[in-house]
Design a protein around this ligand. Structure first.
Ligand SMILES: [Zn+2]
Length: 142
């Protein structure tokens, strides 16, 4: 645990600029912000990936994300909009292996964004993938 930078922040062993703190969840300013005011929402119980994250902690993560997004839009942060971003896995861009939700204030022309070339695949391809995913949701409470 001592090698996890977010666990160190939670333990008060690493410097941070905290904006929210309760029994389960903490939010603090990202030290390498995509845009000014970019902050991170982090569950206090260490989970390296979404698959390890307690769903209740996941729910709290989103709830706190909503709260801090509303607060920052009301604050000195310049925010015409907000993006949530969560990277799960190396290929997704995850760099700290303790689940965290990025809350990124957005302004027109700030240059932040996802890159890709969306095209509309055939319905049969969408249906095939949807069925494959649905088949693995068995037992999930939805
Ligand atoms: Zn951790």
């Amino acid at each position: 645990m001592s090698h996890c930078v977010f666990c160190a922040v939670i333990a008060g062993e690493a410097e941070s600029s905290v904006v929210y703190d309760d029994a389960h969840t903490i939010a603090f300013m990202d030290i390498r912000p995509f845009t000014p005011g970019h902050l991170l929402v982090v569950p206090k119980t260490h989970a390296a990936s979404l698959s390890e994250l307690d769903p209740d902690d996941g729910g709290r993560l989103f709830r706190v994300g909503q709260q801090v997004a509303a607060a920052l839009r009301d604050s000195a942060v310049e925010a015409e909009g907000v993006n949530f971003f969560l990277a799960d896995g190396v290929a997704a861009g995850q760099e700290v292996f303790h689940v965290h939700l990025h809350v990124v204030p957005r302004t027109a022309g700030d240059g932040f964004g996802l890159r890709g070339r969306p095209t509309t695949p055939p319905r049969a391809d969408l249906d095939y993938l949807a069925a494959s995913i649905t088949g693995r949701l068995g037992g999930a409470d939805a």
